[in-house]
Design a protein around this ligand. Structure first.
Ligand code: BTN
Length: 257
């Protein structure tokens, strides 16, 4: 069980995590915050669950995480049209927040994988799922769901990418409360940075992505595209160099060849 007082004392934000909702079990923290009938309308609200029985990942996958071992939580943003203009930036800000927290607290070397995975030793330790509620074509709410493999020691079942946890990489258990506070502190820092310097977020993200220049494939719904990971454009999309030229990729699964 999360010790809320240990988390609270380390939280240094103005709005993210100031409204905090804790569940022992829920279907999915993303689903909960997306549902307007739950009457949560405060930007920065964090919902964390010790266990999700219908945890969701990108591209309709499931996200599984052992009870009480990891961090599975979501953050709500409402009425912030400038932030909602390009969700790639929010995605990058969240990924950078998690990566820098892991680097700083445990001196581990994280790497970012487009669009939003955090790897340690080429294995996945965190995934991010951003979802929206729109009305008449306007985004009303955005939910940033983050799943970090923290203290889980074994991963059973099938994964689309080999998983790992901070504990496995570090060789010892870590305090989830401290990590959670650090991620939220850093996330707010990066969101503030977005207001003044969007390019910096892209540059910071690129610095931590070691796959640029590599031969990759992008798996999309019905097809696989092959090429060289040329760059990330100014809006956060992947530029794939193919035989026919540079193609902008807006979604998909990246695989290094
Ligand atoms: C992915 O890599 O596919 C994204 C995984 C996102 C998982 C998190 S866990 C908290 C939040 N609630 C969910 O149901 N999913 C996200």
């Amino acid at each position: 069980m999360l010790k809320l007082e240990n988390f609270d004392i380390k939280l240094n934000t103005d709005f993210i995590g100031r409204n905090f909702i804790y569940f022992e079990e829920i279907d999915s923290t993303n689903t909960y915050l997306l549902d307007k009938s739950n009457d949560i309308d405060i930007s920065g609200t964090v919902v964390l669950a010790e266990f999700q029985n219908k945890g969701r990942g990108r591209l309709d996958r499931t996200w599984t995480s052992d009870t009480g071992q990891n961090l599975t939580f979501s953050i709500l943003f409402v009425k912030n049209q400038s932030l909602f203009q390009n969700l790639n930036f929010l995605n990058f800000a969240a990924a950078l927040a998690v990566a820098s927290s892991i680097d700083n607290l445990y001196q581990l070397k994280t790497e970012l994988k487009w669009p939003n995975d955090i790897l340690i030793s080429k294995k996945k330790t965190c995934g991010i799922l951003i979802e929206t509620v729109t009305s008449k074509g306007i985004i009303e709410r955005v939910v940033v769901g983050i799943g970090i493999n923290v203290n889980q020691n074994h991963f059973k079942g099938e994964y689309n990418y080999p998983p790992t946890s901070i504990r496995i990489e570090l060789g010892k258990e870590v305090e989830r409360e401290r990590l959670l506070a650090e991620v939220l502190n850093n996330f707010e820092h990066y969101i503030n940075k977005l207001k003044s310097d969007k390019n910096q977020i892209i540059n910071d993200w690129k610095m931590k992505c070691k796959m640029i220049g590599e031969k990759i494939s992008i798996r999309q719904k019905d097809e696989i595209k092959f090429g060289i990971f040329d760059d990330i454009d100014e809006n956060g999309f992947l530029l794939l160099k193919t035989k026919t030229g540079i193609e902008k990729i807006t979604a998909g699964d990246l695989i290094v060849q």
